[in-house]
Design a protein. Structure first.
Length: 350
């Protein structure tokens, strides 16, 4: 856990590098990635591109920058991308594509399972007319708020986009969580499912600093031509790093050692959800992966801040912007989940 006592359920971004990951970082051969000569960065880029079936990849500091580089590589000024109302690259990234690239989003309403109606996607594509922004990209996110997008939808939506001449981008910040959840459905290997999802898209962003447990970094994957454009945008966005191999080595270690263990996080999330079932005033959304959302009834909602303070007093950290959110990860164990369940039940006297 992040300290001797704390159970930090705020996000899977709070993970600390394991001892073995730190050792890999310290042993990493280094160069200068701006010159393209950091061997550890180059090895990571080759590894993630090969794993997901792409020609090339680009290591970047953050998932936000990775999505920005993707959208601005696919689009020019006056273009637009179709995206979900709750998608991270629309809702939670400061409007970067519009601010830095004059690329407008065309947001769509999600269905309860995180998908779109295909008719809504098709209806959002603008005709080739000077009155309209040029529709260039369909952007999906998987997992979306912890939900696995049904693969049939992913395949159908991206096939529709391709037929209409659009590029397809995946914000796969938690792609490997999606792959673990999909693997549980299909029985296929997790890495095979990750590649299967990724191959529906022209570009994919993957985050290493969430459930995979690396301290920093994401990768953007695509064709060599696409990554060359993204590399230029990364430079303009201030994302060029020098001896970045220290960070790349952590990400590479995570790919080798932390993918399959994501299933443990998913199991703990299910246990947390089960443990909160039946608490008066709480409606628990069954988790697909490592994120548990809990809605408070009208009577309980005014007590959200009081609940969060109660949890904090017992060294249990969570967030509650508009609903309670608990995220399991490699620094949360079964005992920590049981502590959280007990503390919440104590608060509601359940």
């Amino acid at each position: 856990m992040t300290t001797a006592q704390a159970v930090d359920l705020r996000s899977d971004t709070v993970t600390q590098p394991t001892a073995a990951m730190r050792a890999a970082m310290m042993a990493a051969p280094l160069g200068d990635d701006v010159f393209g000569t950091d061997p550890s960065v180059n090895a990571l880029q080759e590894k993630i591109a090969g794993l997901l079936g792409f020609e090339a990849a680009l290591f970047v500091p953050t998932g936000t920058q990775s999505n920005l580089c993707a959208i601005l590589s696919h689009c020019g000024r006056g273009d637009e991308y179709i995206v979900g109302q709750q998608a991270h690259c629309y809702r939670w990234e400061g409007g970067g594509a519009a601010v830095f690239g004059s690329v407008q989003p065309q947001p769509l309403e999600h269905q309860p399972d995180g998908t779109f109606k295909l008719s809504d996607v098709e209806g959002a594509i603008k005709p080739d007319d000077a009155h309209f922004a040029r529709t260039r990209v369909l952007a999906l996110e998987n997992t979306l708020g912890g939900k696995l997008l049904p693969f049939d939808f992913v395949h159908a939506a991206t096939a529709l986009a391709r037929a209409k001449g659009l590029q397809r981008h995946l914000d796969g910040a938690r792609l490997f969580n999606a792959a673990v959840a999909q693997s549980a459905q299909t029985g296929h290997a997790v890495r095979d499912e990750a590649r299967r999802i990724a191959q529906c898209f022209d570009s994919v962003s993957v985050c290493f600093s969430k459930g995979l447990g690396a301290p920093v970094g994401s990768a953007l994957c695509g064709s060599r031509e696409f990554i060359a454009r993204a590399h230029r945008i990364r430079k303009m966005a201030g994302g060029g790093m020098r001896q970045a191999g220290l960070l790349a080595a952590a990400a590479s270690y995570a790919l080798d050692h932390h993918v399959d263990r994501l299933a443990q996080d998913h199991a703990l999330a299910r246990r947390l959800a089960e443990g909160l079932e039946g608490v008066p005033g709480l409606a628990v959304e069954p988790p697909h992966s490592n994120i548990v959302f809990v809605d408070l009834s009208d009577e309980a909602k005014p007590r959200m801040n009081e609940l969060l303070a109660h949890l904090k007093s017992q060294d249990i950290l969570a967030t509650g912007l508009y609903r309670l959110r608990f995220v399991t990860h490699l620094d949360v164990d079964a005992a920590g989940v049981e502590r959280a369940i007990a503390a919440i039940r104590q608060f509601f006297r359940a």
